[in-house]
Design a protein around this ligand. Structure first.
Ligand code: ATP
Length: 317
């Protein structure tokens, strides 16, 4: 797997105070990586450095490279970064209204996002906008709506459609479901995963919610005091944390840490015979209202919502 994002020795400082130090991070094509840590640990500053969106007085050092972009992103001028943002890197933040123009219809915002970065005829962009809305399960009349006419969950789905409009190599999500009603959180997470899987985009997912990381990500980095203190596959870090801080995070969360194995099933269909008969197969599928359980052979897997992109827990018999 080739790396889409390569961050080396990233530091962030304001005047003489260092807020983020020596962060190394890579995300491969089609890989979903979580960045977790308590409030103030430096997650958002790391994301904003990658996007070139740090506030005026805050400086980044080190290196951020993106596959397919021939220049260094740290220190790149705004003209270059505005070409990268929305085309190569897209983002979804916590509050959807900050990403939407309140005075423009959703359809116009979607077509504009495509026309800025691509040579496309307007009618083709319009058709693509309708398709994008369909992919995030919004009705076609949403094209004519203004942001204030939508619910929070609908707005965040529009923001996701905007973010995916140009098939970005990297999608960065910073607490994308924190402000949403619990009932729509699972749907939005599912749509994010589907969106990146369909495009083989890399995903960097920032959250303080460990259960969300277990659902969405394959690999995780733990930040503490502006540094990455632990990194590895989600199954490993969540079951055998090496850093005391990670142990504390896990103890304070309701994530199940005793899952013996976590795996993502390629092709989204559980492979027959891969797991011993008698073991329990569980997935936090957004289509299901609760955890589903099934034992091999995988009869009726699809109807149980098992054919999804989510990590799957397999408890040995
Ligand atoms: N513009 C700024 N000037 C000075 N300090 C800042 C600035 N922005 C952020 N900080 C500080 O940098 C540290 C890291 O902030 P950051 O927003 O990256 O944390 P976070 O892990 O994303 O937290 P949260 O989960 O609450 O969003 C915090 O201590 C914060 O107060």
């Amino acid at each position: 797997m080739s790396d889409v994002l390569t961050v080396r020795g990233l530091s962030v400082s304001v005047r003489d105070t260092t807020l983020v130090s020596d962060v190394d991070l890579t995300v491969g094509a089609g890989e979903r990586v979580g960045l977790i840590g308590e409030s103030g640990s430096g997650k958002s500053l790391t994301a904003l450095s990658i996007l070139g969106l740090l506030p005026e007085d805050v400086r980044a050092g080190g290196s951020v490279r993106l596959d397919g972009v021939d220049h260094e992103l740290v220190g790149a001028d705004e003209r270059r970064m505005s070409r990268v943002r929305g085309r190569d890197i897209a983002m979804v933040f916590q509050e959807p209204m900050t990403a939407l123009n309140p005075t423009m219809r959703i359809g116009d915002q979607l077509t504009e996002a495509m026309l800025i970065h691509r040579t496309l005829a307007k009618p083709a962009a319009r058709t693509a906008a309708a398709e994008l809305l369909e992919r995030v399960q919004l009705p076609s009349d949403t094209l004519r709506a203004y942001p204030h006419q939508l619910s929070g969950g609908q707005r965040q789905r529009v923001v996701l459609a905007l973010a995916l409009a140009n098939d970005p190599a990297l999608l960065i999500c910073d607490e994308p479901t924190t402000a949403l009603d619990v009932t729509v959180q699972a749907l939005v997470l599912d749509l994010i995963v589907r969106g990146v899987v369909d495009r083989s985009s890399a995903l960097l997912f920032i959250t303080h919610d460990l259960a969300v990381v277990a659902t969405v990500c394959e690999r995780v980095l733990v930040m503490y005091g502006g540094r990455v203190v632990e990194a590895g596959p989600v199954a490993e870090v969540f079951t055998r944390p090496r850093h005391r801080y990670t142990e504390g995070l896990l103890a304070a969360s309701d994530v199940e840490t005793n899952a013996p194995r976590l795996t993502t099933i390629p092709g989204n269909v559980p492979p027959a015979g891969k797991f011993p008969s008698g073991c329990v197969f569980r997935t936090r599928c957004a289509h299901a209202t609760a955890l589903c359980e099934e034992t091999p052979p995988w009869t009726g897997a699809e109807s149980h919502g098992f054919a999804c992109h989510h990590p799957v827990e397999v408890t040995d018999a």
